[in-house]
Structure formats: C-alpha cells, structure tokens
Design a protein around this ligand. Structure first.
Ligand SMILES: Cc1ncc(COP(=O)(O)O)c(C=O)c1O
Length: 422
C-alpha cells in the first residue's frame, strides 16, 4: 500500500507498513484465538505496555512536588493530556479530561449538569441508538426533575431520523446525547449536522465517539460538538476514557472533584482523585506507534498530521476486510446484517448479524469453539437491540475488525460461519 501525503513537506513520504510488520508490534496477536472482538477492546502495541512497565518501575511517585521524579511524573500526565487533545483535534477549542472509562466520564458529566437541579432548560434528549453509558446517566436525571426524551431509532434505516430530533428540540433542551457510530449498526452518523441543529437550539451536544475513534481520525472541531467521549482501551491503549469539552461547556459545569479545586481548573475539576498515572504513560505509547506506522519521527513532538495520517492508514487497511464479510453476508439467504449493508465510508468494520430462527448465542459459541473471538448479545446497547425486536440476551453476533486483522482471519470466520449455518 503506497501512502503519500502532499500537504506538508514533513509528511511528504509516509512509509507503508505491511500487516505482518504491524502484527509483530502486537504480541497478544500471537495467541491461539483469532481476535475479532476489537470493538469490545483492542490489543496494545508493545510500546504501550513497555511504557507502562517503565513508568511503574522508575517513576511511580505522586506528582506535584518539586523533586525530579515527581516533576517527571507531572510531565508524563501533562503530555498524555496534550496527546489526547491532539487526538481529539481540540487545540484552542477546548480541553480533554481523562478518567476510568467513558461510562464514568459520562456519568460525571450528567451529574455535573444536574448539580443545581433543573433550570429553564430542563429537557434532555437521548438517542435510543446509544450504548447505555450515554443513556442511563441522563435517564437517571428524571428523578431529579429533568424531562428525558428518547430519540427513537428507525430500525429500517439503522439510524435516528433528524426530523424526529427537530420535533423534540426546543428552548427547553439542555443536552442532546447521541452516538457517532453505534456499536451494533457500525454506521457513521452525520454528527456534524446533528451538532449544528443542537447548537441552533441553544443546547449542548454530547457525542459518544467510542465506536468511531479506533478507525478514523477524530476531529471535534469538524464535528462542532460541545462534548465528546471515547475509550482509550479500544484505541490500542490502556483501560481509560477521555472526554473533550469546549471551553464554554467546561465553564458552565462544576466537576466532581473536591470543593477547593477551582471551577476554572480544567482538567483537574473533572479528574476526581487524579488520573491513572501509569495509564498516562501507556497512552503516550500511542504516539510512538502512530509515528512508527507512518514512518514519522517518534522522538519529535506529537503532531496532529501524523496522528491523522496513521488513522487514515488504519482505515485503508480495514476497508477490504469489511467489504469481504459484508459481501459474504449479502450473498447468504439465512444470515442478515444488522446495520448498513454497504461497505463504503458510511460504515466501520463493526459488523452485526443475525440468523433468523437461530440463536445468536449458539452460533457465537460454535465460532468460539473454532478459536474465533467473536461475541453475541446486546453489547450494552440493550434498548437499541430491544427496539430491533431482538431478545437482548441473545441479540446479534458481532465481528469487529481492527487494522491488524488479516483477510485470512476474515476468511476463517466466513468458513466457520458456513459450517455452523449448514
Ligand atoms: C459505543 C460505546 N460507547 C460507550 C462505551 C462505554 O465505554 P467504557 O467501557 O469506556 O465505559 C462502549 C463500550 O463498549 C461502547 O462500545
């Protein structure tokens, strides 16, 4: 694969890594199973694990003191925040906070909006297509006097229609919470248009980009959102979450941290008890890996262009895998895709299917017995799976690819599916 970039001289000649070289950077891929549950959690390149280990063995002190080791710890945590801000592309527009998970960050955010009880804007709209982490925390605010509307999914179109949103938006809307990509359908939503409508109504948008972030360059400025969340453990990093907010959005809420932490102190006001320091060290390994992937200088300061390019490379590598599986599903009478049936840029390689009349659990377990690491169920998008008329516990069979997966692995999955179906 030739990868070139004419936009800047520094990136004039990105290298093209082949998949075997890429896989050699992910030691876990040498295990016995074919890992096709990457939307659940990705593997990490060696450098991420090395950085965590090095940090814990050489730099594991508390930050904030003036001795050299403590200063170094502070630099690691600050550098991780800067890297994640580049990842969001939020420079100038806002900031990023780190936390235990996207669920934890969204829960903190919902509570922050509810701190003073409902005001004139007392209505919240949540997409039914969300993972529960972007529904539950908002739904719970009903107990605190907020009105919460469910933005229903159109099962035939695999999306939440914009006209339905328009009908719900008003000068009472406080927040609209929706996914960038659902972890069941895999289709990329037109989040820029949704955010513009939410902004026009004077409300705040909360975008869940968890399912999008491992595949394409995330760009909160292009989306025009107020808040955006993703999980770093699904993007080749340690188990953490990251939340972007615009400066204006951060200014209007108090975080969960201690009373003496100033309201102006972002990210600290949202990082109750601090962040996972060794996790921050691991996050920095994502830069090393991204730079390596495109042949950039990892010792240089992280830059957006390299990150952007690395994710474009990943996207290019994933496309044929997605096409292959979707093409196969399309050729079957007894298997149905749950999500867009096309394999173009409008979707990502998170591919759900059902075999009408057959149990997803049974099929997934048969695939598991053949060493194929896929799953079945509702994937915490329980309300969405119910809206599709499926039994949530059985749900869908989902295969999700990352850029390190191979065509041979997809073919193994297809062969096993053919065996199980016949
Ligand atoms: C689309 C989506 N949103 C949110 C989450 C929650 O992320 P976390 O596990 O970091 O809380 C997940 C996790 O699977 C997800 O797939």
């Amino acid at each position: 694969m030739a990868v070139t970039d004419a936009t800047t001289s520094r990136h004039a000649a990105f290298v093209a890594r082949d998949v075997p070289a890429i896989r050699s950077r992910f030691p876990a891929l040498r295990g016995p199973d074919v890992l096709l549950d990457n939307a659940g959690g990705s593997q990490v390149p060696d450098i991420v694990a090395d950085r965590i280990r090095d940090y814990m063995l050489t730099n594991y002190v508390q930050l904030g003191a003036a001795y050299a080791t403590s200063k170094k710890c502070g630099e690691t945590v600050a550098a991780a925040h800067r890297l994640i801000e580049l990842f969001f592309n939020c420079q100038g527009a806002g900031a990023a906070v780190l936390g235990a998970s996207s669920s934890a960050l969204l829960n903190n955010l919902a509570n922050a909006y509810a701190a003073d009880g409902p005001g004139k804007r007392n209505e919240i709209i949540v997409s039914e297509a969300n993972h529960e982490s972007n529904i539950g925390p908002w739904k719970r605010l009903e107990r605190r006097g907020f009105r919460v509307h469910l933005w229903r999914v159109d099962p035939a179109r695999h999306t939440t229609p914009l006209d339905a949103l328009d009908e719900m938006l008003s000068d009472r809307t406080l927040v609209v919470a929706f996914p960038h990509v659902t972890n069941i359908f895999g289709g990329v939503e037109d989040v820029a248009t949704i955010c513009a409508r939410v902004r026009d109504a004077g409300a705040r948008s909360v975008v869940d980009s968890v399912a999008y972030a491992p595949h394409r360059p995330l760009d909160v400025q292009a989306i025009g959102c107020d808040w955006c969340v993703y999980s770093t453990y699904k993007v080749f990093g340690p188990h953490m979450g990251a939340l972007f907010g615009t400066h204006e959005a951060f200014a209007e809420v108090e975080g969960p941290n201690h009373a003496f932490v100033p309201k102006t102190d972002v990210p600290r006001k949202f990082e109750l008890g601090g962040v996972n320091h060794e996790g921050c060290a691991g996050l920095l390994g994502l830069w090393d890996y991204a730079a390596w992937l495109v042949g950039a200088d990892a010792s240089a300061a992280p830059d957006r262009e390299t990150l952007r390019h690395a994710f474009e490379v990943m996207d290019q590598l994933e496309r044929p895998l997605q096409e292959r599986l979707i093409g196969w599903i399309g050729s079957q009478n007894d298997v149905r895709i749950v999500g867009p049936a096309t394999a173009g840029p409008e979707r990502l390689p998170t591919i759900s299917m059902v075999a009408p009349g057959r149990s997803s659990k049974g099929i997934a377990e048969s695939l598991n017995a053949s060493g194929l690491g896929v799953r079945h169920g509702h994937f915490y998008s329980r309300r969405l799976v119910e809206a599709l008329g499926l039994v949530p516990e059985d749900g869908v069979i989902r295969a999700s690819f990352a850029h390190y997966n191979t065509m041979e692995e997809v073919d193994r999955l297809i062969e096993a599916l053919e065996r199980v179906m016949n």
